[in-house]
Design a protein around this ligand. Structure first.
Ligand code: ADP
Ligand code: MG
Length: 485
């Protein structure tokens, strides 16, 4: 018996963040709710109109290319991809075929085949009530990046990690919001399974099996599940002696299964040819588009930021959490600049990735946020971190203070003072508290004297209560034992 090895290749589309559409000056606004307002004769495909290339969109794709260390095209052109569908009024989509803007490159060690630029279609909305389909042209002609990977991904998990990393990169570059739920990023997964009968054959020499393309995956989880399901289905088909049919399948979220949609058309069916209405581009002639010019404006990339955090001594998981959200990592960077040298970056990371993230989730209730929406100021968290590091407050009090600082800019040290939360010193204050508890709990003290250890725990509990958790329980215990003696 041989082994069945899965192979996955991804095709990912992302709507680019530009002021206007790909080939006209209609507004590109993914949040527009009113249908058919951001439209014009070009994106409605009126006869006689002419497209004009959006520079900003070209630049976004080239920046992605630089980040992936791909090869930027010198010569590039746009092609017509011909097919009929109601959401495509021209009867063709302007895309790139032979001369993509970017070829090659790597992300997370996965080879990139190409990254090219095209235009989005209109959106079809199925209206249950009238049993009809209505079309919103706001999306028609929105610039779309398409990235294609080599068939080198080997598990659903790896596919998920790749897609998440690309989403993060697009966000860091400001190229796309890339929300899967909003359709700003769409992932199609090609899956095949091949049998290796020969031990020791390197993966790269494996003959790939027949692939199935899975569409309409609208979350990373759905993608991972659909890929895992498809690997299992194909493996079982082959084990039964069956054959895998090359086709496009959909993902049924309710039933958690893939289902056949159509057998795939070959590229010949699209009759690609260069769009005669658009000029071909010689990118080397455009100063702004040179690799050097693009590199200068590159921000710190997600993997560079993670590396920087690791170098600060931050744990791998925390570095990943901080980096996963631009606003969170900018906040963290500000915090690290603010904390005194007695506080380690890892201590700061603990509070940010656990307590602060929880507070943010509870208040914002969604996954992307703005730094302005983080409800505890950098200065206040820094103060709390200093107090807990110098042991003026316990870590429990620190968490309470942090919660209290959410949406409240009052100095936490002041708050702690006013509420008597600063750790009581070993001597004076604590001794008084211990003495009065002993006086008030005569029978408990008697129990303890008879050897009941639970009685001591009870007294310590009273002491913690009296100090609102600010006392050190060990110090309290010592004092009770001494005093009752
Ligand atoms: P098509 O011509 O059907 O569009 P491509 O060769 O352009 O196929 O590849 C499209 C996507 O499918 C790419 O992401 C590629 O990595 C992936 N792919 C190609 N062959 C396979 C295969 N046998 N198994 C899994 N993925 C594959
Ligand atoms: Mg293809």
């Amino acid at each position: 018996m041989g082994e069945y090895l899965p192979t996955i290749g991804l095709e990912i589309h992302a709507e680019l963040k530009t002021r206007t559409k790909m080939f006209c000056s209609s507004k590109n606004d993914p949040d527009e709710k009113q249908p058919n307002v951001n439209i014009c004769p070009v994106c409605l495909a009126h006869p006689g109109t002419l497209p004009v290339i959006n520079r900003e969109a070209v630049k976004h794709v080239l920046r992605v290319g630089v980040a992936l260390a791909g090869k930027l095209a010198d010569y590039t052109e746009f092609d017509r991809k011909n097919y009929f569908y109601p959401d495509l009024p021209k009867g063709y989509q302007i895309s790139q075929y032979e001369f993509p803007l970017v070829s090659g490159g790597l992300l997370n060690g996965i080879g990139i085949t190409r990254v090219h630029l095209e235009e989005d279609t209109a959106s079809s909305i199925h209206d249950e009530e009238s049993a009809s389909t209505i079309i919103d042209f706001n999306r028609s002609g929105v610039p779309l990046l398409e990235l294609v990977t080599e068939p080198v991904i080997t598990s659903a998990e790896e596919a998920g990690i790749f897609a998440r990393e690309l989403q993060l990169l697009l966000r860091y570059l400001g190229a796309s919001e890339a929300n899967m739920e909003k359709g700003e990023m769409r992932v199609e997964a090609n899956v095949s399974v091949s049998r290796s009968d020969l031990k020791g054959v390197p993966r790269s020499d494996l003959r790939l099996g027949t692939k199935v393309e899975i569409k309409n995956l609208n979350s990373f989880r759905a993608m991972e599940r659909a890929v895992a399901y498809e690997i299992k289905r194909q493996t079982e088909t082959l084990e039964r002696g069956g054959i895998v049919v090359q086709e496009t399948r959909g993902w049924n979220e309710g039933k958690q299964v893939t289902f056949p949609q159509r057998t795939k058309e070959g590229s010949a069916d699209y009759r690609y040819f260069p769009d005669p209405d658009l000029p071909s581009l010689h990118l080397s002639e455009v100063q702004d588009f040179s690799t050097e010019a693009l590199s200068v404006s590159m921000p710190e990339l997600p993997w560079e930021r993670r590396r920087r955090y690791l170098a600060l001594g931050i744990k791998k998981e925390d570095a990943a959490t901080l980096t996963s959200e631009i606003a969170l990592s900018s906040y963290f960077d500000d915090l690290v600049a603010e904390i005194p040298s007695s506080v380690t970056p890892q201590a700061a990371a603990n509070y940010v990735t656990n307590d602060l993230v929880k507070i943010i989730r509870d208040t914002a209730g969604r996954d992307t946020l703005d730094i302005a929406e983080i409800p505890v100021s950098v200065r206040n968290l820094s103060t709390i971190l200093r107090l807990v590091t110098e042991k003026s407050i316990s870590s429990r009090i620190a968490k309470d203070l942090l919660l209290e600082s959410a949406g409240n800019d009052k100095d936490p040290e002041q708050v702690a003072k006013e509420k008597g939360l600063l750790r009581v010193s070993e001597g004076g204050d604590l001794l008084q508290i211990v003495e009065s508890i002993i006086a008030e709990h005569v029978s408990v003290v008697a129990d303890y004297k008879k050897g009941k250890l639970a009685a001591l725990e009870y007294l310590v509990g009273q002491g913690m209560r009296a100090t609102r958790g600010a006392a050190d329980p060990e110090a309290l215990k010592k004092l009770f034992v001494e005093k009752i003696g």
